[in-house]
Ligand binder design. Structure first.
Ligand SMILES: Nc1ncnc2c1ncn2[C@@H]1O[C@H](COP(=O)(O)OP(=O)(O)OP(=O)(O)O)[C@@H](O)[C@H]1O
Ligand SMILES: [Mg+2]
Length: 257
């Protein structure tokens, strides 16, 4: 089966080739970890490398800021908008909710026939509705995308959690999505590094290791696994036997979601 590639070579390898077609992916991480960058890069690569059009839905930023930030990575999004290969939809959670799932996007979907959609962010939606409502609305939106054959990426901003305590979204959203990528800042030997893990991926094998990544002037680049440390995700890395840790981590994630 064809995979939906991010175009970030090492990340695609971690995912066994890429995301599964039509899957809903959650990208969770604290502020400034590169969630928006990944979303834009995923869409940019979709267009330039794989001929897949995309829609970027944002509650957080205005188009000019998005064009500017993307241009700093060398991504000319404006041009793609003009060419009808990309659409940036700036809206409010209220409008999305009132429209029922993704109906607000009916127009753009017809117009540019996207294969990829990024919603930045689902946690923003959480500020407008209660927990139960949020799950319902998120589910509705996910299904709206799925029934249109779109591969979707949902950004979730999560607080950097204290050592040993772990839940991806705090409000139990993890089971709604097919795949979860977790971004996290970690302190190792007195410097701040960024760590990335594939927490779950329904129906596929994937890299179980934690990887270091960087935000470079060309976008996100995934580097080596943190083989010698455990506790990286809980925020207190120690040099230790590495395998047990991801296992513990997954159990904790399961128990707390
Ligand atoms: N052109 C660039 N070159 C290199 N690094 C950059 C560039 N632009 C931004 N960054 C880095 O990316 C970080 C922000 O990434 P991004 O906005 O994707 O994070 P985010 O997870 O979406 O954050 P937030 O939760 O605030 O929305 C910046 O703090 C900076 O370190
Ligand atoms: Mg962001």
């Amino acid at each position: 089966m064809d995979r939906v590639k991010t175009g970030i070579a090492e990340l695609d390898r971690m995912l066994g080739g890429g995301f599964m077609q039509g899957d809903a992916v959650m990208v969770a991480g604290s502020a400034g970890t590169g969630k928006t960058t990944l979303g834009l890069q995923y869409l940019y690569n979709g267009i330039t490398k794989f001929g897949e059009n995309g829609i970027y839905v944002t509650f957080e930023q205005l188009p000019d800021q998005i064009y500017r930030d993307a241009a700093n990575f060398g991504w000319d999004l404006k041009r793609f908008e003009e060419e009808n290969r990309l659409q940036i939809v700036c809206t409010s959670p209220n409008l999305l909710l009132e429209s029922g799932g993704g109906s607000l996007l009916e127009g753009p979907v017809k117009e540019i026939k996207p294969r990829r959609v990024v919603l930045d962010s689902l946690s923003h939606l959480a500020m407008y509705v209660g927990e139960n409502e949020l799950r319902k609305e998120a589910y509705r939106t996910i299904m709206w995308f799925k029934t249109r054959g779109l591969s979707s990426m949902f950004v979730w901003e999560s607080a950097q959690l204290a050592a040993q305590s772990f839940a991806v979204t705090e409000v139990g959203m993890s089971f709604l999505v097919d795949t979860i990528l977790l971004f996290r800042m970690v302190e190792i030997e007195s410097s701040m590094k960024k760590a990335l893990a594939v927490l779950k991926m329904r129906g596929s094998d994937h890299d179980k290791r934690l990887r270091e990544y960087e935000i470079t002037p060309q976008g996100i680049r995934v580097a080596a696994p943190f083989l010698e440390y455990e506790g990286v995700i809980t925020g207190s890395p120690r040099r230790a036997a590495p395998e047990n840790f991801m296992e513990m981590f997954r159990k904790a994630a399961k128990a707390r979601k």
